[in-house]
Design a protein. Structure first.
Length: 114
């Protein structure tokens, strides 16, 4: 899946979630799990949580054209993760070695540990 951010693009391999996947996301999974895509039927302001997620990840909120409307670096066990902007998709990207190019696309700071 190709996403756009600041007039640049990056390809991200994703796994689209189904009903139960939307409820749990990265909870109880390992750091090397796949990137998860949540698709909503209409513009949303749903919130995330990282309770029972034992590793940091990046949450990316997208519009219908896969353009980034917001993104955040999320630490484990954060109760509420949200954006004030409307979106139609969310991608959860675990901080791991396989995602280093995607992480570097968003995070300019080279101190991120995989």
């Amino acid at each position: 899946m190709k996403i756009l951010y600041k007039k640049r693009g990056v390809d991200i391999s994703i796994k689209e979630t189904r009903f139960f996947g939307k409820s749990f996301g990265l909870m109880f999974k390992g750091r090397n799990t796949k990137n998860l895509l949540f698709v909503f039927s209409k513009s949303s302001r749903a919130v995330l949580t990282s309770l029972f997620v034992f590793f940091p990840f990046i949450a990316v909120w997208l519009d219908s054209k896969n353009t980034v409307v917001d993104w955040k670096f999320v630490r484990p066990f954060s109760i509420v993760i949200s954006t004030t902007k409307k979106f139609e998709k969310i991608i959860e990207i675990p901080i791991n070695y396989q995602n280093r190019k995607v992480i570097e696309f968003f995070v300019d700071d080279c101190s991120v540990r995989y």
